[in-house]
Design a protein around this ligand. Sequence first.
Ligand SMILES: C[S@@+](CC[C@H](N)C(=O)[O-])C[C@H]1O[C@@H](n2cnc3c(N)ncnc32)[C@H](O)[C@@H]1O
Length: 280
Amino acid sequence: MEKESRHGAADGILTWYRPQSRIPEDPVLLRHHEIAEADHRVLNPFTEEKLLLLGEVSRIGSGTRILDLACGKGEMLCRWATAFGSTGHGVDLSEVFLAAARERATELDVAESVSFEQGDAGQYRAPGRFDVVACLGATWIGGGLTGTIELMRSAVASGGLLLIGEPYWTDEPPEAAYQAFGFAPDEFTSLAGTLDRFEAAGLELVEMVLADLDSWDRYVASQWWTIHEWLKANPDDPDAPAMREFADTSRRTYLAYNRRYLGWEVFALRDTGAAATGLA
Ligand SMILES: C[S@@+](CC[C@H](N)C(=O)[O-])C[C@H]1O[C@@H](n2cnc3c(N)ncnc32)[C@H](O)[C@@H]1O
């Protein structure tokens, strides 16, 4: 019961970043996202067009080897294998999302090029080095941005690329926004502040692709329809009250704060081998 109400106040992408989502054994939160994002292919505020653009600007080519930590439904690996001839391995906690990823790989005829495994990406030890290591929208896996960079660094080949999807504040949010999101004030920062964090970790920003308000709408607003339909079909499901609250809170927080104050970006970064000290 305590667990259900803990997850009742939820909002689209934002619950992913709450402290409880860092607990890999949390089936309730995961189940609610599996319901809310049942009709999504990309589990982030990126359209498929932006995903392909990210592949282009990241110079993904034939034979590029990619590791995708918290890969969701594997859309990035599958689409890039089709469009660019890359290969890839994805790790995610959700068996539901991974089943969709494998199905998608078969549908796009790239099952030979991509593979997926279930597990905690924060504990994943890569068997070798990859040309590209990605973590799009899941930097809690390493306990925050800095820890996740270290995790990714250990799996990337020399001269390789890190792709990190991360929220940032587009404007100074009011106190109420932190409360609504459940974020600590210093958890995310401005775009320039995020650059400072990358540079302090010894990374050079070499490209980036930005989510925009339309792509945010596609990610968040489309969940309301999915939940609405799910509730119609499953009115007596034990998860129904929490899913109703999920949608209610998502709508309110998204319209009041998310659209105005929160951006999302995928940053393409190279290791300079010169980490500064003293910055989180
Ligand atoms: C916001 S979604 C992003 C998914 C994917 N990167 C995308 O852009 O479509 C977050 C993903 O992280 C996964 N996840 C959460 N915690 C994880 C962990 N500790 N290890 C592996 N996957 C995790 C969830 O199952 C979900 O697929």
